[in-house]
Design a binder for this molecule. Structure first.
Ligand code: NAP
Length: 464
């Protein structure tokens, strides 16, 4: 980089890149806590805006027509997605964004190959190869992930005999093309073969994974998309792409590891375990009977309790019951009941799922308690209300070493004096396992859609 040849607009561009990079780092830090996460998002948006403005002013624009067309189309699609995609479809929407980001990296790589390949030295050629491979496999991998989450592609793991060997052979062919291209940059057939195999590899990588493990996979794909962007930065000599891509790459990887830890699974088990297919064969039965409770009895218990803990899970998200639970909580608090919310790190289907939903309903952050904080409080709690949660409250994870989820940390609701479970019927959770909590003597079941049960409970509490 020779600053002596810089024009004022290029200095301006580098300055905006520096500001953008600082904003990205600060935003990541702020997003690690619910209190500051929203402001963190604004900082990230500001950083992205600064980087785009800097790039536009910094020069190298060949055709404003294409830039304006792309900007307008992207803004319209982005705004439409932001207002029309429901909260429950956020995981697949995120997967689509990863696919588009990675496709952009792959397309820039193809552009560099067509226009500048003879000017790239060995280091930049290596970066170009990485950009193409990571960009292409992330594009198809993320599209399959979005399809599985949306139900367009079968959500169960698609597995066949010798799958791992086929995958290894595909990866080896891709690596072979990479090295050949590295030493023979004019070999365009090999370059395009590498691109095609990487697209195929993305599909092969994701089809054997069950839809329930998709959030972990998406977080990994997010990490690959970030690294593809960083590789693009090396090829183009663009600092903000290198910094933002690396931040994205490593934060995505750390998030995947944290999610696996919270589910007590290893990354290899998620990627190669075919979790959904194994659990379908699981036959363990907790036995006993589930005791049903009437709406009026449940309302009575809540109205006369002094401590209540709400435990939301995936069913709260599907029922969109966040506002209903807030209304019930307000009503109980007006009667002098102490109300808290217990948040499991992997409740729902994406990290922070419950925090986001409850924040939307203006539940104060101070009322949300993490697992380690709230578990010691269950024994002194009168009623724990489980709202569409299942695996995250399954005592087998703690008590049954043979359980498929043994060792997964849980919210110990079974230690509360009384437990009311709100769910529609006998449906199992994401793991497909039976939950002995539902058969315990302290537990009673209030069947129905969570939103309607909560709304009716609030009405009944009012009349107690
Ligand atoms: P869960 O184990 O998936 O259970 C959800 C329960 O909600 C079901 O048993 C279902 O029973 C009930 N339900 C569904 N729709 C409902 C509705 N409209 N009204 C009332 N109930 C409803 O959920 P969870 O306890 O939150 O556990 C999350 C699981 O996802 C964990 O196993 C976790 O490892 C996994 N996971 C999470 C993440 C993440 O980042 N959060 C990522 C990957 C995997 P009925 O059908 O009988 O109603």
């Amino acid at each position: 980089m020779n600053f002596a040849t810089y024009s004022p607009s290029m200095y301006f561009m580098e300055a905006t890149y520096l500001i953008a990079s600082i904003l990205f780092i600060l935003s990541l830090k702020m997003m690690s806590h619910p209190d500051t996460a929203r402001r963190g998002m604004f900082l990230a948006e500001g950083g992205m805006f600064a980087a785009v403005v800097g790039t536009l002013i910094g020069g190298h624009i060949i055709s404003w027509t294409w830039i304006i067309a792309g900007l307008s189309l992207g803004s319209i699609i982005g705004a439409w997605m932001a207002v029309s995609v429901p909260m429950t479809a956020m995981p697949q929407r995120t997967a689509l964004s990863h696919a588009f980001g990675a496709l952009a990296a792959a397309l820039v790589g193809i552009g560099e190959f067509l226009v500048n390949i003879n000017e790239l030295g060995p280091v930049k050629r290596g970066a170009l190869g990485f950009e193409i491979i990571l960009g292409a496999l992330t594009t198809t991998g993320s599209l399959i992930a979005a399809g599985k989450l949306q139900g367009i592609v079968p959500g169960r793991p698609i597995q066949f005999k010798g799958q791992n060997i086929v995958n290894l052979a595909t990866a080896a062919a891709m690596a072979g093309c990479f090295f050949y291209f590295w030493f023979n940059p004019e070999a365009s057939a090999v370059f395009y073969s590498m691109l095609g195999i990487a697209f195929l590899f993305g599909v092969m990588l994701v089809i054997p994974i069950g839809s329930a493990d998709m959030p972990v996979v998406m977080s990994l794909l997010n990490s690959y998309a970030g690294l593809a962007a960083a590789a693009t930065g090396f090829v183009l000599g663009n600092n903000v792409l290198i910094i933002a891509g690396t931040l994205d790459g490593f934060s995505g990887f750390i998030l995947s590891v944290l999610m696996c830890k919270a589910m007590n699974r290893s990354i290899t088990n998620v990627l190669f375990g075919g979790f959904g297919s194994v659990i379908a064969e699981e036959t363990h039965s907790a036995g006993g009977v589930m005791r049903e409770i009437s709406l009026d009895d449940a309302a009575m218990q809540l109205a006369f309790a002094s401590r209540v803990i709400f435990v939301p899970g995936y069913g709260l998200a599907t029922a969109q019951a966040q506002h209903a639970v807030r209304e019930l909580a307000d009503m109980l608090e007006e009667r002098g009941v102490t109300v808290k919310y217990a948040i499991h790190p992997v409740a729902g289907r994406m990290p922070g799922h419950m925090n986001v939903l409850l924040a939307e309903a203006n539940v104060p952050y101070s009322a949300l308690y993490e697992m380690e904080q709230i578990n010691p409080e269950f024994p002194s709690t009168d009623v724990a209300v489980v709202i569409g949660a299942n695996d995250v409250v399954n005592p087998d994870a703690r008590d049954n070493p043979k359980s498929l989820i043994a060792g997964m940390p849980i919210l110990e609701v079974d230690r509360a004096r009384s437990v009311i479970v709100l769910k529609r019927g006998q449906g199992r959770g994401f793991s497909g396992l039976e939950n002995p909590l539902f058969f315990k003597s302290c537990t009673s079941m209030l069947y129905g859609d969570a939103k309607s049960s909560l709304t009716h409970l609030a009405q009944a509490v009012q009349h107690v």
